[in-house]
Design a protein. Structure first.
Length: 74
């Protein structure tokens, strides 16, 4: 009888381990998806800022020249 009890306890432990790994895998997928979405949003914002800066400066060469003048203090 003690063997049956031990077998049942082992099977319960395995089921609990599997359900915990399934939940942690689901949580990991949600976290990775959230980070990827946030990275995409930040990337779009950066691109919009660069395009806006180029438009305001008069083109990419003027933007780079203005940046160099700002850094050097001229």
């Amino acid at each position: 009888m003690s063997e049956r009890i031990l077998t049942k306890e082992r099977s319960k432990g395995r089921v609990q381990e599997r359900s915990q790994t399934t939940v942690s895998a689901e949580v990991d997928k949600v976290i990775i998806g959230s980070v990827a979405a946030f990275t995409g949003i930040v990337g779009l914002w950066v691109a919009a800022c660069l395009v806006s800066a180029m438009y305001q400066a008069g083109g990419p060469l003027h933007l780079i020249g203005g940046w160099l003048r700002a850094i050097s203090g001229m």
